[in-house]
Design a protein around this ligand. Structure first.
Ligand code: CP
Length: 494
């Protein structure tokens, strides 16, 4: 895998290897003397403001010996003329770019580029490295954060790590928390105002304490401070003013936290909010400048990794839906049993019967089935609308498709529209009752996040994709493949 897109795609072995390679680059990064000369070009495309990430990528490319094209603003590209991010990326690819570190406010933009480059008909051999995509992810920052922790503390396993500030909007927090999930024995302390809490989906399976009080950070090995991300509040100045500057780390807070803790900050610090009081910037516990410097050896390792894996293709395949056979029996036997119970049997001898449809969802499923199968030759199948089977209660609908059979991806969509639906297949005198157990990827609905690439790039909009997640409230939620946000079903499927 040559692309660096999201911490959610990291494995522990891969992270260990990158950190090891990065350690090997620290001396070169310090010396500033390039390792050699290679012909592969890196285009560092920074379409959202950056000092550290853009600068350290350019320096990392210089040190590994790549020719560099540095584009330090989206405003000097044809993005401002309405060109899509995808078309912009393809132009860089066509200009002999081998590695494309990209920062964009478009969430999922890096992932879309990486996948788009490999579509049949494009097939550009470019590795994409995500330097921050809106409020979603900043995976290379997570790697330099991990390297900093190992340099200062010597380990990551078993640490107690506090996060404080704007946790909802901070992509550095999202990426680091996901990466920390790869290490055993980690406990997290999350301190923030209620409105900027870290959504629960980032910390599933982790040991977490949530607080609005900075004293909860006492005893942490690491305290990771973040800026309140003014640019992510849209027009909501009132909310921004409410949360900004609330958790400044001053000498008195540092005393509360304790002298065992290293204080990290991805920077920039907003000097008007003083996330960390300037009196502490040179304090030995505050390691944010070392942290920023670790960006160069890490990004050298990542550029080298991508070039060494230039011929790799693709992302892990989405697993097919898991479909369980609940019952298989002769249709005649099923009919006799139903009649003995005083119920009517499915009144078709060949086809598919969808039953146990969630109340109110019959119409939506009917429309979906009609859209997918309605173009078959007339008479090839028949849809019996809204049939209520005798004995059914609670307004549950049954839909019959005479002489039609669903493919697995359609069964997956239907099970997302109505969890618990039963799919009865009647063929060759046999009844099979099927149930979709897990669904990994469905093309259904539109992402509700206006900053998602599927809403900002007309070509990406052709491929909205969602995974299904069972969250703690037992609701089925849909996870956008690109911006990685979680949504209630009803937000996506209208
Ligand atoms: N930490 C970080 O991403 O800083 P920049 O925004 O300056 O790149």
């Amino acid at each position: 895998m040559k692309h660096i897109i999201s911490s959610s795609l990291f494995s522990r072995d891969w992270v260990d290897e990158i950190l090891e390679r990065a350690r090997g680059n620290i001396e070169t990064a310090r010396s500033g003397i390039p390792k050699g000369n290679i012909s592969s070009k890196a285009t560092v495309f920074i379409a959202e403001p950056s000092t550290r990430t853009g600068g350290s990528y350019r320096e990392a490319a210089r040190l590994v010996g790549c020719p560099i094209e540095g584009i330090a603003s989206g405003d000097i590209t044809s993005l401002v003329k309405g060109e899509t991010l995808g078309a912009t990326g393809r132009m860089f690819a066509g200009q002999n770019t081998s590695v494309l570190p990209i920062r964009t406010k478009i969430e999922g933009g890096a992932r879309w580029l990486a996948e788009m480059f490999e579509l049949d008909g494009y097939d550009y051999p470019v590795a994409v490295q995500n330097c921050g995509d809106g409020a979603n992810e900043h995976p290379t920052q997570a790697l330099l954060d991990l390297l900093t922790i190992t340099e200062k503390v010597g380990r990551i396993d078993g640490l107690r790590i506090g996060f404080v500030g704007d946790l909802r909007n901070s992509r550095t927090v999202h990426s680091l928390v996901r990466a920390l999930g790869l290490y055993p024995g980690i406990s997290l302390v999350l301190v923030s105002s209620e409105s900027v809490r870290l959504p629960g989906w980032y910390t599933r399976g982790l040991n977490v304490t949530v607080s609005d009080n900075i004293s909860a950070l006492t005893g942490c090995n690491i305290v990771y401070v973040t800026r309140v991300q003014e640019e992510r509040f849209g027009g909501n100045r009132v909310e921004y003013e409410r949360v900004r500057g609330k958790y400044s780390i001053r000498p008195e807070e540092l005393k509360t936290i304790g002298d065992q803790a290293m204080i990290m900050h991805p920077q920039p610090i907003n000097q008007h909010d003083q996330d960390i009081d300037p009196r502490l910037w040179r304090h030995p516990q505050v390691i944010m400048d070392l942290q920023a410097r670790m960006g160069i050896p890490v990004r050298m390792a990542l550029i080298e990794w991508s070039l060494a894996h230039a011929s790799d293709r693709g992302f892990p395949e989405s697993p097919a839906p898991v479909i369980e056979k609940v019952i298989e029996k002769p249709a005649e036997e099923a009919r006799r049993q139903k009649e003995a119970q005083g119920k009517r049997f499915m009144p078709i001898s060949r086809g598919t019967v969808l039953d146990h449809i969630e109340a109110g969802k019959g119409e939506q499923i009917r429309a979906f089935v009609k859209a997918r199968y309605g173009r078959q030759k007339s008479g090839a199948w028949q849809l019996v609308e809204g049939l209520q089977e005798t004995g059914m209660t609670g307004g549950k609908d049954t839909i019959l498709l005479e002489n039609a059979f669903l493919d697995e991806s359609d069964m997956a969509v239907i099970s997302v529209l109505s969890p618990g639906v039963t799919i009865n297949v009647i063929e060759n005198g046999t009844l099979k009752k099927l149930r979709v157990v897990t669904v990994s990827d469905v093309q259904i609905g539109q992402c509700p996040n206006s900053d998602c690439v599927t809403n900002l790039d007309i070509e990406a909009a052709l491929y909205p994709r969602f995974s299904v997640s069972d969250e703690e409230d037992d609701e089925v939620r849909l996870v956008c493949h690109y911006c990685e946000r979680h949504f209630h079903r009803s937000e996506v499927i209208r």
